[in-house]
Design a protein around this ligand. Structure first.
Ligand SMILES: [Zn+2]
Length: 257
């Protein structure tokens, strides 16, 4: 009887230990920062003070800029060097809007990935390669691409060289016309941003897209809604600026209060 009790006790203790060990809270490996970008994010992320955007995108600055995560379930920042160079900061309202728009897009298009390109520096001000992006309210978004009507991500990890990609006036990649801009998805992204902008005290001031690509966007279902809603897409741009806005579209936001 005594030995049966002992055996039962040992089995019970072992089972308790087994389950206790199994369910003991351990830090999952995924929670540990494993990359330079993740460490950079963690060392800059805060929600202590709201951002203050001063001036306008072309002449302004920012206080308490907030860093965009390097990646999420359906989006990624385009360049490690740019990210670590401190060029992925925005106003806190814009950060919330951008992240919410990706969540909404995930609910609608779970298979689709989006790319985010340069934003602003933490304190805003002049940022090389851009005339604007100075007050935390401008973002460059990577043009979504497709090949034979399927999403195509083969060029999304080029880093800064993505800015150099050239597309013809029908949105086809000059060097490989089977790769083209997915204007419907571009439009869906703009609509997602527009839909929640007001809730985040923002509005889309202007979208900069190469003027020859505007009709390609307007031809799509989402593009026709953009047109109907009167979301402003720039009409005339200096040639050099115009040419640059094919691999990406730039959006200037404005605070509503
Ligand atoms: Zn830009």
């Amino acid at each position: 009887m005594k030995s049966l009790f002992k055996t039962t006790a040992i089995v019970s203790v072992s089972l308790v230990l087994f389950f206790a060990c199994k369910e003991a809270p351990t830090l999952p490996f995924s929670a540990l920062p494993t990359s330079a970008t993740e460490l950079f994010y963690l060392s800059h992320v805060d929600s202590l003070k709201n951002s203050i955007s001063l001036g306008v995108p072309g002449k302004g600055s920012m206080k308490n800029g907030k860093i965009i995560p390097y990646s999420g379930v359906n989006f990624h920042y385009f360049s490690k060097a740019s990210y670590l160079g401190g060029r992925a900061f925005v106003n806190h309202n814009l950060k919330e809007l951008v992240l919410e728009s990706y969540k909404d897009l995930y609910a609608q298009f779970p298979e689709q990935q989006f790319g985010i390109m340069e934003c602003s520096k933490k304190e805003g001000g002049q940022i090389s390669g851009h005339r604007t992006h100075r007050n935390g309210l401008s973002i460059d978004f990577m043009s979504p691409k497709m090949k034979e009507n399927n999403p195509y991500y083969g060029l999304d990890n080029l880093g800064a060289a993505h800015y150099l990609l050239a597309f013809n006036n029908d949105g086809k990649l000059t060097v490989e016309p089977s790769i083209e801009i997915d204007f419907e998805m571009m439009g869906q992204h703009i609509l997602a941003l527009n839909k929640k902008a007001k809730q985040h005290h923002l509005r889309i001031k202007k979208v900069i897209l190469k003027k020859e690509l505007k009709d390609d966007l307007y031809k799509t279902k989402s593009g026709s809604i953009i047109k109907k809603k009167g979301i402003y897409i720039t009409m005339n741009l200096p040639p050099r600026i115009n040419e640059a806005h094919d691999d990406h579209y730039h959006i200037d936001f404005e605070l509503t209060k």
